[in-house]
Design a protein around this ligand. Structure first.
Ligand SMILES: N[C@@H](CCC(=O)N[C@@H](CS)C(=O)NCC(=O)O)C(=O)O
Length: 228
């Protein structure tokens, strides 16, 4: 069956933005055809984009094969594996223990890793005033999340069922972004060795190498365009 390309909405000029990047990795892994549509930061919270995504953020996915438009990166990942991973290459049989565990980790990524890493980035980079207590709070939360992952991974190669899944992939983009800002505080190899080996294992996968590389190139191009 030939598929029409799906449309993934992401931010113009903000290459490597973590939530759309998460979706890209899964589209690539499942070899689902897609095209990117870029929206400017200034146009996110107005029409016509708000009709696609009333939350005015990226990513949003449009699938012409099913007529479904969906936003929230975690829901998009679930949609993609339910619809396009019938062989369960990176997901698990509906109703199984692993099926629910993979959802558990995905929800932890979306509610635990994403917001804390996001707020740490906000108060480190974008907030107009320097607020050390806010930076401390969120960088400490990053360490706490890392501790949870490290303990959970101490006797495992992947988060669920002994195999690589979409739940592992979901954590990667924020780690890549975090490495740019807090590499000294995080020292994964020394302080969170199980997380470190797990990330290295995931980042050896060709699809992950490709999406990280594409993002680095796009980031460099965006910086060059801004004259940085
Ligand atoms: N919970 C949302 C978060 C989406 C999100 O925060 N996206 C960022 C980019 S990674 C964004 O659109 N930021 C622009 C803004 O906040 O206006 C998801 O997981 O999709």
């Amino acid at each position: 069956m030939s598929l029409k390309p799906l449309t993934l909405w992401t931010l113009r000029g903000h290459a490597g933005t973590p939530n759309p990047w998460k979706v890209l990795m899964i589209l690539e892994e499942l070899k689902v055809p897609y095209e990117l549509k870029l929206v400017d930061l200034a146009d996110l919270k107005k029409e016509p984009y708000e009709s696609l995504n009333p939350n005015g953020r990226v990513p949003t996915l449009e699938d012409p094969n099913t007529g479904i438009t969906i936003w929230e990166s975690g829901a998009i990942l679930e949609y993609l594996v339910d619809t396009y991973d019938k062989q369960h290459t990176i997901s698990f049989t509906a109703g199984s223990k692993e099926y629910y565990e993979s959802k558990q980790w995905l929800h932890y990524q979306v509610s635990g890793q994403g917001p804390y890493f996001g707020q740490a980035a906000w108060f480190t980079v974008y907030h107009p005033e320097k607020v050390p207590s806010a930076v401390d709070r969120y960088v400490n939360e990053i360490r706490r999340v890392l501790g949870v992952l490290n303990r959970s991974l101490q006797d495992k190669v992947y988060l669920v069922g002994g195999k690589y899944s979409y739940a592992d992939a979901a954590f990667v983009p924020w780690f890549e972004v975090a490495a740019l800002f807090w590499s000294s505080e995080m020292d994964l190899e020394k302080s969170f060795p199980h997380v470190n080996s797990w990330l290295n294992r995931i980042k050896a996968r060709p699809v992950i190498v490709k999406t990280i590389d594409d993002n680095l190139k796009a980031r460099a191009a965006a910086a060059a365009a801004e004259g940085k």
